[in-house]
Ligand binder design. Structure first.
Ligand code: NAP
Length: 313
């Protein structure tokens, strides 16, 4: 056992997966859940993974030596402010938010100095949301990025190492990274692809010459994959783009220039340029497959269709 009591604030896809995985690995003695949604609280109670399920977030964190914030990124700071006075001194506080600089700032501003803040982000998930979509194997073989504060006290280093051990026990691999670098990397690998998916599905839906029925009927593989990504939770993704604005805009600028170059190559019949790019991109795909990261949900023998999950964008 790594923590005697874990509190999870926000128990949807990611929060409920943390609870399931921690229970399965035996890394926590007891589990408390604080969630704003009455319907989700009822689902979590029914799942039977938590010892306490409450809408009172301060009650949830009392006595916890690990507190995991798993709410949408713009809700992290307000949720932390709600629980600040109830946190146990010496507790480790972490989060699973998809953006790190803004979330870390809002958490730090709300939390007392007596707790160790170690922001984190599991690079694992699906386009589903809510507690029923979670599963214990979600983090297996996936990376978790921790972005610790600049704090060289040995007690803080111990807190980082302990949290690392926790994620490793859940089957993940852990990387330590600077928060700003995390936000730039994820802007390229996750945030921009989602923006493109939302945009292309919106464009198809708005094209007057193509009916909605035709979009559904003739949706070929590429478009189908975009619709899956574009079905991701609107609240979560609105918050991601607002919280990671600078990095997303920087990457979007690069992307737009490259798209212009492609458009020019098509206009002028420069097939070699298209061929060269498509060859390079195919190599990247092969590298991802070789690294074992091609599917978000490795097949661990579960019937994913039955549990409502799907591959991660
Ligand atoms: P989710 O399934 O929608 O779960 C979020 C839960 O938090 C919901 O039960 C929600 O209730 C509750 N909640 C929202 N605001 C709250 C508040 N102020 N106080 C208490 N509870 C609150 O979302 P998720 O996909 O698990 O995402 C959670 C976090 O993980 C986000 O920060 C996201 O960036 C990060 N993340 C997501 C993925 C992914 O693939 N989904 C991957 C990695 C990291 P309501 O439904 O009533 O709002």
């Amino acid at each position: 056992m790594i923590y005697s009591r874990m509190a999870v604030i926000g128990c949807g896809l990611i929060g409920s997966s943390v609870i399931r995985a921690a229970r399965a690995a035996g890394t926590v003695g007891s589990v408390a859940v604080g969630d704003a949604s009455e319907a989700h609280r009822a689902e979590i109670e029914a799942l039977g993974y938590a010892d306490l399920v409450t809408g009172d977030l301060a009650e949830a964190v009392a006595d916890a030596d690990l507190v995991v914030f798993a709410v949408p990124v713009l809700a992290m700071g307000p949720a932390a402010a709600t629980v600040a006075a109830a946190l146990k001194p010496g507790a480790t506080v972490t989060d699973v938010g998809s953006v790190k600089v803004g979330v870390a700032e809002s958490l730090r501003a709300a939390l007392p100095a007596s707790v160790y803040l170690v922001p984190g982000h599991p690079i694992a998930g699906t386009e589903q949301s809510g507690p029923a979509a979670g599963f214990a194997e979600l983090f297996r073989g996936r990376w978790v990025i921790l972005t610790p504060e600049a704090d060289d006290r040995s007690a803080y280093r111990d807190a980082v190492n302990r949290l690392s051990d926790f994620w490793i026990a859940l089957g993940a691999q852990v990387d330590i990274m600077d928060a700003a670098h995390h936000d730039l990397v994820l802007a390229v690998t996750s945030h921009l692809p989602h923006l493109i998916a939302y945009n292309i599905v919106g464009t198809a839906a708005d094209m007057e010459e193509v009916t909605r029925a035709e979009v559904m009927k003739y949706s070929a593989g590429g478009f189908r994959d975009f619709t899956r990504i574009a079905a991701s939770d609107p609240t979560m993704w609105r918050d991601v783009f607002l919280a990671n604005r600078d990095a997303v805009l920087e990457v979007l600028g690069r992307f737009t220039e490259d798209l212009q170059a492609l458009s020019r190559a098509i206009r002028w019949g420069e097939g070699d340029k298209l061929f060269d790019l498509f060859t390079r991109t195919r190599d990247i795909r092969r590298g991802i497959v070789a690294a074992g990261q091609e599917s978000a949900e490795p097949n661990f023998g579960r019937d994913r269709a039955a549990s409502g999950g799907g591959p991660k964008p």
